[in-house]
Design a protein around this ligand. Structure first.
Ligand code: GDP
Ligand code: IMO
Ligand code: MG
Length: 428
């Protein structure tokens, strides 16, 4: 005990750092197992606000060993920029370990991400443009570049040649872009090799040994269940497995080693980019949630789409991930509403359905069926135990808990890492 997985249970930006903060000094290792710098984590510590993309938010917890595992795609320039920015603010990153098997994001991945999106026109996914999809596509196509390739120039050159062969045809003939030379990519990657070398290790071995020694390892997912390439709203998803199973393949620990799966949900819902979102609010309520919750992307600054809480989505997440506990964030944002609607089921073609329809077309057309709960007007940001919350806020949490598929063990009541109401021990 214990390996703890933390994942987003909606469409991302749930405030995944809140659960890491709650575990605090009990954590020995924190592992990023999927995604790359498409993630955006804002963590507020006292007067300091940190925006992290490639590094797990747990890096801000003193004493932990941060690990970037094999399932991640790494833009090395971004990695060093983020490390330098944290060091400049006095955050120690010297323990960071990077998997030799993680794949890299290069210039041609970033370029391809942007041009393919442009060519999709109205069918755009609204990616973050960071080269995530093309890098994972190369991994699956077996033409990817891994961190370990940076330490063998001969192999690196051969692999870059192999990857660029077809990409330059695409870039020049289809997308009307300039060809990228093997030298510019190889020189760029080699320029990072020596700085990177001391951080690189067999992270699968390291993490298994840590678990054998009884250490607490937190696997911090990027993105979220509904953005998972298998279980999300495909094709409007990211290109990795951002569900709990990804923690196993993305880090090299056996699935049986995972003890707890903590799903993070907002007290309402947001989404960035295109794709179905049944409870989306396109009226002034949506604007109100966006302004109150400050719902603008940490990575791209885009306004987030906003909507009410969707219980079928939470139940789906509970099921797909085996969620043992939910942490509900941003309950404070709902303060001041007279009534709070919660989606309890959908109507699809005139029929009530309780779960997410398997057909994407049906999900696109699903109309939420709402139940309304009475709101509260008291400031809840100082609440630290459940009884501190006004009765209506307690009832909202209990009602949502009863239909979401797992217990709600903690509740976020403000952006600060201390602003949390703990109900049940996340490790118990
Ligand atoms: P992540 O992608 O899951 O790490 O989440 P983001 O950092 O993208 O978005 C969550 C935002 O909500 C951040 O700006 C957090 O500071 C903020 N936040 C987290 N928990 C709470 C909470 O309980 N209340 C409020 N008001 N803000 C919160
Ligand atoms: P965190 O970790 C919210 C979305 C993008 C786009 C789709 C594919 O902060 O929760 P990609 O660049 O990954 O190929 O984009 O996924 N997306 C996110 N939305 N939070 C994120 O991360 C996201 N990472 C990717 O907006 O719709
Ligand atoms: Mg985010």
């Amino acid at each position: 005990m214990p390996a703890v997985v933390i994942i987003g249970a909606q469409w991302g930006d749930e405030g995944k750092g809140k659960a890491t903060d709650l575990l605090g000094s009990r954590i020995d290792y924190v592992v990023k197992f999927n995604g790359g710098n498409n993630a955006g984590h804002t963590v507020v510590v006292g007067d300091e606000k940190y925006a992290l993309h490639l590094l797990p938010s747990g890096i801000l917890t003193e004493g932990v060993v941060p690990v970037i595992a094999n399932g991640v795609v790494i833009d090395i320039e971004v990695l060093f920029d983020e490390i330098d920015a944290l060091n400049a603010r006095g955050v120690d990153t010297s323990k960071l370990v990077v998997s030799a098997n993680a794949h890299v994001i290069t210039q041609y991945h970033r370029t391809l991400d942007k041009v393919t999106e442009r060519f999709l026109g109205s069918r755009q996914i609204g990616t973050t443009g960071r080269g995530i999809g093309p890098s994972y596509a190369d991994k699956i196509n077996r033409v990817g570049i891994r961190i370990q390739d940076l330490f063998d120039e001969n192999i690196l050159r051969q692999k870059v040649e192999g990857a660029l062969h077809s990409k330059n045809q695409l870039l020049v003939k289809l997308y009307n872009r300039r060809a990228i030379t093997v030298d510019e990519i190889v020189d760029d990657l080699l320029s990072y090799a020596e700085r990177l070398r001391p951080m690189v290790a067999d992270t699968g071995l390291l993490l298994n040994q840590a678990l054998d020694a009884g250490k607490t390892v937190v696997f911090e997912g990027g993105q979220a269940t509904m953005l998972d390439v298998d279980h999300g709203t495909y094709p409007f998803v990211t290109s990795s497995n951002s569900t709990a199973g990804g923690a196993s393949t993305g880090s090299g620990i056996g699935p049986g080693r995972i003890d707890r799966v903590i799903g993070i949900v907002k007290a309402y819902t947001t989404r960035v980019g295109a794709g179905p979102f049944p409870t989306e609010l396109l009226d002034e309520s949506g604007e109100w949630l966006r302004a109150r919750g400050f719902e603008f992307g940490t990575t791209t600054g885009r306004p987030r789409r906003t909507g009410w809480y969707d219980a079928p989505v939470a139940r789906y997440a509970a099921r797909i991930n085996g969620i043992t506990d939910f942490v509900m964030t941003k309950l404070d944002v709902l303060t001041g509403l007279k009534e709070i609607p919660v989606c309890v089921a959908y109507e699809v073609d005139g029929e009530r359905v309780e779960e997410i329809p398997v057909s994407q077309t049906d999900f696109h057309h699903a109309v939420p069926i709402y139940e309304n709960f009475p709101g509260w007007s008291e400031d809840i940001s100082g609440a630290r135990v459940f009884e501190d919350l006004p009765k209506n806020a307690q009832d909202y949490v209990l009602a949502v808990e009863a239909i979401s598929g797992s217990r709600i063990s903690a509740i976020g009541v403000g952006p600060d890492r201390e602003a949390i109401v703990a109900r049940h021990d996340l490790l118990d």
